[in-house]
Design a protein around this ligand. Structure first.
Ligand SMILES: [Zn+2]
Length: 383
């Protein structure tokens, strides 16, 4: 594989590549990496992460072990709301440092493209600050970051009982200001009980469309929501999807909306049930896998861990898990023309694993076999 200017320019046998007159003449200037006996994949595309937070949520962790539910933890002052204080008080520099540190950890496990959401500020200022932190961290990392405004993560306490007022703040202030400053590519909504209703989600999608931002949503994590009202907005991806009807799966199969499954959250919450990956795949719905990296329900940066859970808990084949973590993740971010596969003309995003067989990547769980990454043509190795 020959990469030049951050792009893959040739893929094939070494002896064929060496017939190329340009390469013959310039071979000394080329960085050669011998990957004999190793597995090279397109860099992982982690299409669902929440990296802008300050502290881990250890109280939630312990309370959940003691048996408290998601809703009980939220009512006790834990949950998403407990991350708000930290983000609201933090300076942009601290938040950017936290995001950058997460990007490095993700990269260490083979990830080269990351979707990063705001969503732990939930005021106009702190959501914009979170998106600026994502932008600043991205500028210090050679990989690719796709920023998403998740102002509609949960209704903040000061708007309790007035969710409509908060939705207006999202639609009339956050979305226009994030758009004007080019801080977000997507708008995301957490549509579920305890978060935003289907009607509120539609309002936010309408405002997004008005400002030319594409949409995605957290859907069906805690309860089932009928999907048809949202399909007219052509969402890039609907994520979680633990609870979904067969009819909606059939509808999704006719569209290019991706179902992004995040089994790390099910694992960390100690749930017995996982999203019905086989139903999606067998119906022809493209399935992506992501870490859902966040402090409350999925504190992992490892795509191989998400892939391992996909194989063992959702009965995805290793090759399905790899496709879900690469090319389908790229589709979920509408970047499939540049990312997610090793093809001429695509970005030089690669991950090299010290294993003999690709199936070992989801097989060795809880350890990291990735030893080298190429991100937009930049070679990064950690010893
Ligand atoms: Zn999420």
């Amino acid at each position: 594989m020959l990469c030049l200017g951050g792009k893959i320019v040739s893929v094939g046998k070494t002896k064929d590549a060496l017939r190329d007159p340009w390469l013959r003449k310039n071979r000394r200037q080329v960085i050669e990496i011998d990957c004999t006996g190793k597995v090279i994949l397109p860099g992982f595309v982690d299409s669902h992460t929440h990296p802008v937070f300050v502290n881990p949520r250890l109280v939630d962790f312990e309370k959940r072990i003691e048996g408290a539910s998601y809703e009980e933890i939220a009512q006790a002052g834990g949950g998403i709301r407990s991350s708000l204080d930290g983000v609201r008080k933090a300076g942009k520099g601290l938040l950017a440092a936290k995001v950058l540190s997460a990007l490095h950890d993700m990269e260490a496990h083979g990830t080269t493209t990351v979707e990063a959401k705001s969503g732990y500020g939930l005021t106009v200022e702190s959501e914009l600050k979170s998106l600026e932190a994502i932008r600043d961290a991205a500028s210090g990392w050679p990989g690719t970051v796709v920023p998403t405004l998740l102002g509609a993560h949960v209704v903040p306490r000061e708007f309790e009982g007035r969710s409509q007022k908060y939705v207006e703040t999202v639609c009339k202030e956050m979305i226009p200001r994030a758009t004007r400053r080019k801080l977000a590519r997507f708008v995301d909504v957490f549509c579920d009980k305890g978060a935003f209703t289907a009607d509120e989600t539609e309002q936010i999608f309408e405002a997004s469309a008005l400002y030319g931002l594409e949409v995605r949503a957290h859907m069906g994590q805690l309860s089932e929501t009928s999907l048809w009202p949202f399909l007219r907005f052509n969402p890039a991806s609907l994520d979680h999807m633990d609870h979904v009807s067969d009819d909606d799966i059939a509808q999704l199969a006719k569209r290019d909306t991706v179902a992004t499954l995040v089994p790390g959250a099910n694992y960390f919450l100690g749930l017995k049930d996982y999203p019905p990956a086989r139903k999606f795949i067998d119906a022809g719905v493209p399935v992506a896998l992501a870490t859902d990296y966040n402090p409350g329900t999925s504190p992992t940066m490892s795509m191989p861990m998400a892939m391992s859970l996909a194989c063992t808990q959702m009965k995805m084949a290793p090759e399905e898990a790899i496709a879900a973590g690469t090319i389908n993740g790229a589709w979920a971010l509408r970047l499939a023309d540049r990312k997610g596969s090793i093809e001429c003309g695509k970005d030089a995003d690669l991950a090299v694993f010290a294993v003999d067989d690709y199936r070992e990547i989801p097989y060795w769980f809880g350890v990291n076999r990735c030893e080298l990454r190429v991100l937009n043509g930049t070679v990064q190795a950690f010893s």
